[in-house]
Design a protein around this ligand. Sequence first.
Ligand code: THU
Length: 133
Amino acid sequence: MTPTQCPPDLKQAALNARDLSYSPYSKFRVGAAVLGEDGRIAVGANVENASYPAGICAERVAYPRALMEGLKPVAIAVTSDNHDPISPCGVCRQFLSEFGSDLVVHMVGKERVVTATIGELLPMGFGSKELTG
Ligand code: THU
């Protein structure tokens, strides 16, 4: 289901955030932008590391930034320099699922945006319910 269309300012914020990417190893720039309930936006980009696994995805930069700014996230847009939309990696799906299944994920390409909820992107995920039995 497509809950909403990607707001133009959220899409633009994700596109602009690519300029903040630190990706000397993959040269794959990713930008993300989180929309808060009150309309505020927090951005992030991927930040890589010479010890490759220590790098972090754009989504996991943007989302905690949004939380620290006091936003209540309702949507996240993610984009790269690819023509087609990219979708969040498995770790990011797990990370974002922590905060509920309703978060709207807009995957922004040059000619189209694909939209899904995080619950749709990570069905049957592991969560806090498992820890409490
Ligand atoms: N990357 C993201 O930032 N988000 C994703 O959802 C997929 C991958 C980054 C990680 C790494 O810096 C680069 O893209 C290549 O994998």
